[in-house]
Design a protein around this ligand. Structure first.
Ligand SMILES: [Zn+2]
Length: 106
């Protein structure tokens, strides 16, 4: 049913299949550090996550990261990854509020 070939990847957090460009690539550096690959071109083994911190959380809890990279991911490495992951996400929570409109109560 697809007209064009859109490269699909599955998120290691929620397992959903999505177009690659909607996902954030995570790579393991030669030093063994696990970092988000903002360019999508870093060499090395990669895994994909939705641009959603919840999926990263899920991946950490389910040890999907460790499986994807065939390595153990210590909690502090996971914490660092979280920080840099959130830093590259488009900011959804700022620049929208004007004061009069109620933000969604979530
Ligand atoms: Zn996901």
């Amino acid at each position: 049913m697809q007209q064009k070939k859109i490269p699909m990847r599955s998120c290691i957090g929620c397992g959903r299949n999505r177009p690659k460009k909607e996902l954030v690539r995570i790579v393991r550096t030669p030093e063994g550090e696990i970092v988000p690959d903002g360019t999508g071109r870093a060499p090395g083994r990669g895994a994909y996550l939705c641009s959603d911190p919840e999926c990263l959380d899920r991946a950490i809890r389910r040890k999907a990261l460790g499986r994807a990279f065939e390595t153990e991911v210590p909690p502090e490495a996971a914490e660092r990854l979280k920080g840099s992951f959130e830093a590259i996400l488009p900011r959804a929570d700022s620049g929208r509020s004007r004061g009069t409109e109620a933000p969604d109560a979530g």
